[in-house]
Design a protein around this ligand. Structure first.
Ligand SMILES: Cc1cc2nc3c(=O)[nH]c(=O)nc-3n(C[C@H](O)[C@H](O)[C@H](O)COP(=O)(O)OP(=O)(O)OC[C@H]3O[C@@H](n4cnc5c(N)ncnc54)[C@H](O)[C@@H]3O)c2cc1C
Ligand SMILES: *[C@@H]1O[C@H](CO)[C@@H](O)[C@H](O)[C@H]1NC(C)=O
Ligand SMILES: *[C@@H]1O[C@H](CO)[C@@H](O)[C@H](O)[C@H]1NC(C)=O
Ligand SMILES: *[C@@H]1O[C@H](CO)[C@@H](O)[C@H](O)[C@H]1NC(C)=O
Ligand SMILES: *[C@@H]1O[C@H](CO)[C@@H](O)[C@H](O)[C@H]1NC(C)=O
Length: 347
């Protein structure tokens, strides 16, 4: 009998895990998937973005090609999360989402911007009388928050139960991936910030995980360009209070001053229960690096010759969870179009 063909997926972040899981249903009986990564949901590292995400789902109005592509991926992910939220232990849950903008940028004032929100259950624009002082634009809707380390561990568990294989390994370059198993012709590159793409860059995010419960996820865009948000983590995972967006800032250490600013703003603006009295019970500071890329994610097939194909899927920046399932579907569609797996799902 011929040796089985192994498809390599690089990366055990939310993008690699979603893609590996979705790809499993398109394997022919002579194919298997090996997930290869340096970092896994049982570990943490500043260079592994996924466990540090809040994470919540919110639309991002915009009319650039990147914004339009992400909008489509986000909508499909919203539908996927609707299903995941019904699975006990997935780490995904429904929650009320609120946005408050002090000084809405042009893309929000565009009448069409509301079109980016219409897919959300219970969406409505807030009346002027409902807005807190200093806020000019606001919306509410039903959305999802994700306990990100729990959700990643849950996806990995499902991948393994369905026959997926894993290997902890740090790759030095692209060629190496083709030698990690016998008979590899397809490598799916979900390496996050990647290694060597000159368009890739990082956006540092500092947040603070607190024990104080909060019943909504609220995002406030301040007139000085900063963002404040609270994200309750399902399954009693505490609440994330954020957060900074610092382009190309490589500081791995949390700043105490930043923590204090975040918490001071949170006590003013977010509906924490009265008994906390504006005091926070801090579990830990978080510093993560969002894997960004000029022009957005690279979702692309690269032919290396000798029958070798790399399918790239990296550079999700601050939206990896929001667009995760749509991205996985787009990557699997490319792989199917190349004839590298079955055309139709084998369930
Ligand atoms: C503070 C913060 C808050 C955030 N909040 C949200 C939010 O609310 N909503 C949202 O949607 N997103 C949010 N994000 C963004 C989200 O975390 C990222 O978009 C997402 O995690 C990216 O996933 P990824 O799989 O592409 O990369 P990663 O999670 O970084 O995974 C990359 C994988 O590739 C592996 N890898 C890399 N290089 C190599 C190598 N050389 N050899 C082997 N393996 C390698 C890594 O080990 C890892 O397994 C937030 C991010 C931060 C930092
Ligand atoms: C999203 O908003 C932008 C304007 O901010 C608009 O150009 C675009 O058409 C909207 N998308 C949808 C699907 O309505
Ligand atoms: C973490 O998980 C990976 C993949 O399942 C495994 O290879 C590794 O041994 C685990 N590491 C620890 C510290 O448990
Ligand atoms: C994955 O993408 C990065 C770019 O960030 C590139 O440098 C690397 O060689 C790619 N890996 C593989 C196996 O193609
Ligand atoms: C918090 O509020 C202050 C003003 O009170 C502001 O200067 C700061 O940038 C805000 N932003 C964040 C992210 O905390």
């Amino acid at each position: 009998m011929a040796q089985k063909e192994t498809i390599i997926v690089i990366g055990a972040g939310v993008i690699g895990l979603s893609t590996a899981l979705h790809l499993q249903q398109f394997l022919s009986p002579s194919q298997q998937i090996l997930l290869v990564a340096r970092d896994w949901p049982n570990t943490t590292s500043v260079n592994y973005a996924s466990p540090w995400a809040g994470a919540h789902y919110r639309p991002v109005p915009g009319s650039s090609p990147q914004a339009i592509r992400e909008e489509k991926q986000a909508r499909r992910t919203y539908e996927h999360f609707r299903h995941e939220a019904s699975v006990p232990g997935s780490g995904v849950a429904w929650v009320e989402g609120v946005e408050h903008l002090e000084n809405p940028p042009a893309e929000y004032l565009d009448e069409r911007a509301l079109g980016n929100y219409t897919h959300l259950d219970g969406f409505r624009k807030l009346e002027a009388s409902e807005l807190p002082e200093g806020v000019k634009w606001g919306v509410r809707y039903n959305t999802f928050t994700i306990n990100s380390p729990v959700y990643c561990a849950y996806m990995l568990r499902r991948f393994v139960i369905k026959g997926g294989m894993v290997k902890e390994y740090t790759l030095a370059n692209v060629q190496e991936a083709f030698y990690l198993a016998e008979n590899v012709r397809t490598v799916v590159n979900c390496s996050g910030v990647g290694f060597g793409d000159s368009k890739s860059f990082i956006i540092r995010g500092q947040t603070c995980l607190v024990r104080n419960p909060c019943s909504v996820t609220l995002t406030r865009q301040n007139s000085d360009g900063t963002w404040s948000f609270c994200i309750p983590r399902p399954l009693e995972g505490g609440t994330i209070i954020g957060g900074t967006k610092q382009v190309n800032n490589w500081d791995p250490n949390p700043s105490l001053e930043t923590r204090e600013t975040l918490l001071r703003n949170a006590s003013k603006w977010f509906p924490f229960s009265a008994e906390s009295g504006g005091k926070f019970d801090v579990i830990r500071d978080i510093v993560g690096r969002r894997p960004a890329r000029e022009g957005g994610m690279r979702i692309e097939v690269e032919k290396l010759g000798e029958g070798r194909t790399v399918v790239h899927g990296y550079g999700a920046a601050g939206r990896g969870y929001e667009i995760s399932w749509g991205v996985a579907e787009d990557l699997v569609k490319l792989i199917r179009a190349e004839g590298l797996v079955l055309e139709k799902a084998s369930l």
